[in-house]
Design a protein around this ligand. Structure first.
Ligand code: PLP
Length: 414
């Protein structure tokens, strides 16, 4: 069952291993909470995309996991970057990703961020409002540059995912309405420092059924032909990211090849390059959060396993009531009990699992929280003055620390 999450995750004897490295040994050497990522898995996932979409540009969504070593690894596999901030641009460039493979979305780009990206000559700004078009034009003019743009359109397709990560609906803050997008495209004709090169859409995240992608790409292709007729030179269709991953044991998830089967027939006549922006489906199941059991507490009607990873380390359960599967790092025969797995933070929402059937664990033992590679460390914080976790990259039996554990001095240093 573990191999369905990640083929490099397995028990050897009674110890859990990731990419041929013992997780218990890592927890003992580096302490917990500890994020561990499988390099082999991340490489496989980028290759799965490039094989399914041989003509496309795969821009890894840096927001999912911005660790510079991870970004370098996806770059080594030929991926570009999808960014949403100046910080993500900095990390992408530092990892050696060519500007010609970087696309930049986001509803609230600042002047400083726009100038940085214009000067870096990135492939394309995915512009989210009319006002952003005007500001970008003005800034590009000042810098004596032309900024290549796509307009992010909202196809009003329901991706059937959590409302917080559903981004392509009419009511969402993202993009412009696809029905009126021609107006924004027409407006660019007055803006001399912009060059329209594409259409962008991203309908949401953790999408487990590919049919919304078909509907969204059909709408985007319709707009493509309309714009071509109006004389626009649309060279890129950026169809975003969002492919879902396995979180629950009973869940099955689509592969990049399923996405290709859904999308490619819709775009096959189109003479534009396809761009995809996968994040979660590249790194999500590459990663594990290791946590140590601190206390067991039985209140009669309720049982708690209290661990040293809190919502400041992994906020997804608190934020989206997300399910993360958990297994003990040491395998042994023991009964299952129904328990809440909770962290040390002073919030009732600080849980990793509620009413979970978990094998009875003891104080001091390690638990592996699965599917933690995406939006895990990336969303972590210092809440309750907790230094952020250490991150380790493992690959074929080798390991290296890719981010040291913070300490109290680090937190107050600035
Ligand atoms: N592209 C854009 C514009 C996004 O907003 C996101 C996520 O929110 C992604 C790509 C990556 O999505 P995912 O990690 O679900 O693949």
């Amino acid at each position: 069952m573990l191999k369905e999450y990640n083929p490099y995750l397995e028990y050897k004897g009674d110890d859990l291993y990731l990419d041929d490295v013992s997780l218990r040994a890592l927890a003992e050497e580096f302490g917990t909470p500890l994020y561990v990522y499988s390099g082999s898995y991340i490489r496989d996932r980028i290759r799965a995309y490039t094989e399914a979409f041989p003509e496309a540009l795969i821009c890894y969504a840096v927001k999912a996991n911005f660790n510079p070593y991870i970004v370098t690894l996806v770059k080594e596999e030929g991926a570009g970057a999808d960014i949403v901030s100046g910080g993500e641009l900095f990390i992408s460039l530092r990892a050696g990703i060519e500007p010609s493979k970087i696309v930049y979305a986001g509803v609230g780009k600042t002047v400083k961020e726009l100038e940085y990206a214009i000067s870096s000559d990135i492939l394309m700004f995915n512009v989210e409002s009319l006002m952003e078009l005007e500001v970008l034009d003005e800034l590009a003019g000042k810098l004596g540059r032309k900024a290549r743009i796509a307009i992010r359109v909202n196809p009003d397709v329901d991706p059937k995912t959590h409302p917080y990560i559903s981004t392509g609906m009419k009511k969402s803050k993202f993009g412009v309405d696809i029905k009126t997008a021609k107006k924004e495209y027409e407006h660019t004709k007055k803006l001399k420092n912009l060059q329209v090169v594409g259409i962008h859409c991203h309908i949401g995240s953790q999408i487990l059924d590919v049919s919304p992608y078909i509907e969204a790409s059909q709408k985007v292709v319709e707009l493509y032909y309309d714009l071509i007729k109006e004389g626009f030179d649309i060279q890129y269709l950026d169809l975003g990211g969002g492919l879902g991953i396995k979180y629950k044991p009973e869940q099955s998830n689509p592969e990049p090849s399923d996405l290709a089967e859904a999308i490619l027939p819709v775009v096959k006549e189109v003479k534009a390059k396809i761009i995809l922006e996968p994040g979660r489906s590249v790194v999500g199941n590459a990663g594990i959060l290791l946590t140590q059991v601190q206390f067991i507490k039985d209140k009669g009607h309720k049982h708690f396993v209290i661990v040293d990873a809190g919502m400041n380390d992994l906020v997804r359960p608190a934020m989206y009531e997300a399910y993360h599967h958990m297994v003990p790092v040491e395998r042994k025969d023991r009964p299952y009990i129904k328990t809440d797995v909770v962290g040390p933070i002073c919030e009732t929402g600080d849980f990793l699992a509620l009413d979970r059937e978990l094998q009875a664990v003891e104080r001091g033992e390690y638990l592996a929280v699965l599917s933690a590679g995406a939006y895990g460390f990336a969303m972590s914080s210092h809440y309750n003055v907790r230094p952020r976790a250490c991150e380790v990259l493992v690959e074929k039996g080798k390991y290296r620390v890719i981010r040291q554990r913070e300490d109290y001095e680090y937190i107050v240093a600035l």
